[in-house]
Design a protein around this ligand. Structure first.
Ligand code: TYM
Length: 343
């Protein structure tokens, strides 16, 4: 049987990138799962702490995220939704794994290199100084590996920006298996599952991905945005001045991003869409993207509003989830402690 594991940070309302890159994929996996498969979806509060957070907002986002995951279509009877910070096994395993992780590997992580570059506003990697950045930002991929390995996950659905972290996870699983091989290797190597919309781009700057932290709110569409906001943001999306529509992510990233979004909403392949819109202009395409996004978000938006009224239910879902997650990860940690000689 499969064990699916994924995580999302409780940092505000997810955008279309999180939704199409991750949440929709989670729901798809849930609906195609065999009865014996297990699915774990974690709200990763410890990861969120790598950047400064307002405690009150973080606490709210943490609850809101339970509602958003449910509103996206995850069924708490079928899948396990839980807060990472309620299962101490993650940090314990992260520590053990960090004692097996070469620093050089962490230095090669793109997410770390990007942080370094941003903190110094420099492009030349050799010149940046890491002495003021927090250590959590640096070791964050190890915690992610621990999240996955504590459940001995077999499949991890994520967007493209998390691909390198999964490679590190596989590396660490292999290292652990090699170091402590008896009686049989403990970890199966988890597989990456990417969606077709693995990288949704910023609506204002199609050279970068859509992100929660970009300063311009027009660069993203949030799951809870109103129709009016969707209209405004798609209308102001940066495209190009080439006539007609083609799907060409390299030469026409903005136009292609709109096709990617439309494709994620309708299920029709971007190339097929491009053919249909070949003779149309950007205005026509944008109008249809607006309607498709609205159609896609209407249900989650309504469902989210309804769930937010029922805080008792949300707390119950998180409590049940933590209990099951604890139970499941206890089995792995028991093995890990024994193998390293700490039991
Ligand atoms: P986070 O919270 O940044 O993002 C959650 C998910 O959304 C995907 N994503 C995107 N996909 C397509 N286009 C985009 N523009 C875009 N932006 C974000 C991400 O790839 C991710 O799948 N470190 C992780 C959370 C994590 C995790 C884990 C994931 C912690 N432990 C274990 C899987 C397994 C993160 O910060 O995701």
């Amino acid at each position: 049987p499969r064990l699916v594991f994924s995580g999302i940070q409780p940092t505000g309302i997810p955008h279309l990138g999180n939704y199409f890159g991750a949440l929709v994929n989670w729901v798809k996996l849930q609906s195609t799962a065999a009865p014996a498969d297990k699915l774990f979806f974690s709200i990763v509060g410890w990861h969120a702490l790598t950047l400064p957070q307002d405690p009150k907002l973080l606490s709210e986002s943490r609850t809101t995220m339970v509602a958003l995951i449910l509103a996206s279509g995850i069924d708490s009877q079928r899948s396990i939704i839980f807060h990472q910070d309620q299962v101490q096994n993650h940090t314990e395993l992260a520590w053990i794994l960090s004692c097996m992780t070469p620093i050089g590997k962490l230095k090669r992580m793109t997410t770390w290199k990007t942080r370094l570059a941003v903190s110094r506003n420099a492009n030349d990697e050799s010149e940046v100084d890491d002495s003021l950045l927090n250590a959590g930002l640096f070791t964050y991929p190890i915690l992610q590996a621990a999240d996955i390995l504590a459940y001995r996950a077999t499949h991890v659905p994520v967007g493209e920006d998390q691909q390198q972290h999964l490679e590190l996870t596989r590396d660490l699983a292999e290292t652990f298996n090699r170091t402590y091989p008896n009686p049989t290797p403990l970890f199966q190597l988890p597989e990456l599952i990417l969606t077709p919309s693995k990288r949704v781009l910023s609506l204002r700057d199609p050279s970068s991905k859509m992100s929660k932290s970009a300063i311009d709110p027009n660069s993203r569409i949030l799951l809870t945005d109103s129709y009016e906001t969707i209209v405004k943001r798609i209308r102001s999306a940066v495209t190009d001045s080439i006539a007609g529509i083609t799907f060409d992510p390299v030469e026409r990233p903005g136009t292609s991003n709109l096709l990617t979004i439309l494709s994620a909403c309708t299920g029709e392949a971007p190339a097929a869409l491009a053919e249909r819109y070949a003779g149309s202009n950007h205005g026509t395409l944008k109008k249809d993207v607006v309607e498709a996004v609205e159609e896609t978000l209407r249900k989650p938006r309504t469902e989210f509003a309804r769930l937010c009224e029922d805080k008792t239910f949300l707390a119950q879902v998180a409590r049940d989830g933590a209990e099951k997650a604890q139970e499941h990860s206890d089995r792995t940690l028991k093995q890990v402690r024994k193998r390293v000689g700490l039991s």
